[in-house]
Design a protein around this ligand. Structure first.
Ligand code: FEO
Length: 167
């Protein structure tokens, strides 16, 4: 059984992950609208990843005898600016999610919930990867600027990303 504090915090994290999916869906739509189909694909895969992150929390709460409570999902922005700004927004968001995961880990330690600490370890590692992936793309975008051949090449690169379900 998980404590009420853990249950509330995990339910809130389901909402954070689903909001992430919503945000990336909006970024995907925006990218497609300005003709960046590769960017749109990258964000679409991100949507699937975020839904799978929320599902992991969902199943974990149930497994520990907790109660699922689905909270309202906020409306994401729909205008994002330049290709560079799309990934700046993404990095900012992932840094926020990293903070959420760290807060959850701190709570699990405070509650002496060893099982949750082990469960959360996967997310700690995942966030390192998430931030690093985004930083790599952001660095390239900073180098090439917002137009021209370089942007076309990055768009092509982002078009090949596929979804791999987490284990
Ligand atoms: Fe579920 Fe991208 O963090």
């Amino acid at each position: 059984m998980i404590t009420n504090r853990m249950e509330d915090a995990f339910n809130k994290q389901i909402n954070e992950e689903l909001y992430s999916a919503y945000l990336y869906q909006s970024l995907s739509a925006f990218a497609a609208n300005i003709g960046l189909e590769g960017f749109a694909n990258w964000f679409q895969i991100q949507v699937q990843e975020e839904i799978s992150h929320s599902q992991k929390f969902y199943h974990y709460i149930s497994e520990r005898g907790g109660k699922i409570k689905l909270l309202q999902i906020n409306e994401p922005p729909s205008e994002f600016g330049t290709p560079l700004q799309l990934f700046e927004e993404t990095l900012k968001h992932e840094q926020h999610i990293t903070k959420c995961i760290n807060d959850l880990m701190n709570l699990a330690i405070e509650e002496k919930d060893h099982a949750s600490q082990i469960f959360l370890q996967w997310y700690v590692t995942e966030q390192v990867e998430e931030e690093n992936n985004v930083k790599t793309i952001l660095d390239k975008l900073k180098l090439i600027g917002n137009e021209g051949h370089g942007l076309f090449m990055i768009d092509k690169e982002l078009s090949v990303r596929v979804f791999t379900p987490p284990v």
